[in-house]
Design a protein around this ligand. Sequence first.
Ligand code: XCC
Ligand code: SF4
Length: 633
Amino acid sequence: MSEEKMISLDSIDDQLIKKAEAEGVETMWDRKKAMKTPCGFGEQGVCCRICAMGPCRVSPVEGKGAQRGICGATADTIVARNFARMVAAGTSAHSDHARDIAHVMHMASRDGAYNIKDEKKLLALAEEWEVKTEGRDIYDIAHEVAEVALNEFGKPFGTLRFPKRAPAPRQKIWEELDIVPRAIDREIATVMHSTSIGCTADAESMLRIAMRTSLSNGWGGSMMGTELSDIVFGTPTPRMTEANLGVLEENQVNILLHGHDPSLSEAVVLAANDPEIIKLAEEVGAEGINLAGMCCTGNEVTMRHGVKIAGTFYQQELAVLTGVIEAVIVDVQCIFPSLTPVTSCYHTKFITTSPKAKVEGATHIEFHEVTALESAKAIVREAVLNYGNRKKEKIFIPESKTQAITGYSVEAVVKQLDRVVNSHIDPQGTVKPLADVLKAGVLRGAAGIVGCNNPKTRHEYSHIEIMKKLIANDVIVVTTGCAAQAAAKAGLLSKDAVKLAGKGLQAVCELVDIPPVIHLGSCVDNTRILKIVSAVADLMGVDNCDLPVVGVAPEWMSEKAVGIGLYVVSSGIDVFLGVTPPVTGSKHFTDILTNKIEDMTGAKFFVNTNPHELTDMMLARIEEKRTKLEQKL
Ligand code: XCC
Ligand code: SF4
């Protein structure tokens, strides 16, 4: 098969898909084929099923076909409402995840499964939120901080706390646009209300509501997800790991951790190291227990424990096809319901654990945070006891695995940067060296490459092509989510990759001792990017939108990505998309997103499905911002 025809950049995928065909297992590619042509109305966002007078599909072409829904809604209204609902759904996912972490922090105790791992970070947050710390037990402080966090979801008055972390000019823009986010749940509810039949019918106003909701995600739920996870599970530090399906072990119990919520995966890490469970594994004839992560839960545990990375979102079915996974343990989000039929072709157990994400045909063992370790042990035990049931003739572990460094929190990045500054001058650590090399042009800019996989693109091809071209042009790349896992698999998270970088970036990487592509964590951890960018902007005395910084989602698919994209643009950072969002049915709304929104936020969306052209657009924009920045400084 010629390279371009391969469905993925990773050749092992094609091998496993062939295996699936031979064994009669249906995968996402079969279903994609069966789907034939996607619905044109849906693709352009002009289908509305908000009330029972419809569904109404209006024409995306002006003057041709139905121009209004039965209620009179235009394509502009319908597209804007659908877009806003995607933002609300994405915000709810990230934020509800954070709420669960806040509950876990609230139940943390000295002798329980969940402790306070980063006291310094807790104390800093307590101070930021004006929670008394003097003379108090660290756990009392944690409980109160967790309660303050939980109140951010539903407080009746005022606005959220974290937006105050943004550069002052950014906050002013939000105030002027009247989009400073209030309680997180309220913002989500407002979108649901405003998009219901007979409410907002003004595309720009709809967008502003969606922007405020997205900010309650980026500077609310998601940021809380990152901060509280660091406090309870530990702030990540750089560590070596390996990535791709070759990390699976023939002679060990393989457990695939898939989903998003670290409260489960952290407990599974503990359980897998429990002497009683290890003994059980020996009794069933296994040499040990091998944890491998997938999607964002994989990112969370690799950042904090170096747990190996099995792969990205689209590899969830392929992982099972290896025939050596005893259990796929999932919590919430990005879990294919097809794991039921796929696992049923092998000995693999598909174990759901959250009441928010039960799947028909899966084994549901509910995970209870209050009894986290016992609960996790019960789940892991199921996996271990399944070891003897492998079907030998179906085993195939691809050889491919790659070395990677993960675990760069903001704190870790600053610590690395500190190697190059005189620590007597700034014992707290600072992003000054980063600001300096950006200003001097040694680095032309920075890019955050994030997001999913999507069968509309060749898997991982866009991620990797874009990353390579950017680093070759002296643009440093930070990455999260499945993009980060693609980078790990392609070897870009290793110091070896420095040779692919331009001269400037090479010098920086060598001086600071970092790879050219830096793994910042899961998708809620995009807030780490917000933090670094804001810190650099603050230091230079400018706003985020003045910096040569871009956000990129080359292969996005989830509503979460839409929520992220909008908070990134609302925070003043351009967003480049490699998959077209369902908005093209409204010229007006498309024009707002790709043009007019810049007048409001200083940033906008760029869309191009060709990764090379998309990268050229980024590089041009970075240079444009550099020229303007020089005039400003
Ligand atoms: Fe899901 Fe977060 Fe997308 Fe990967 S990147 S497919 S959302 S796991 Ni977030
Ligand atoms: Fe049709 Fe309007 Fe009802 Fe939507 S809200 S389904 S456009 S009548």
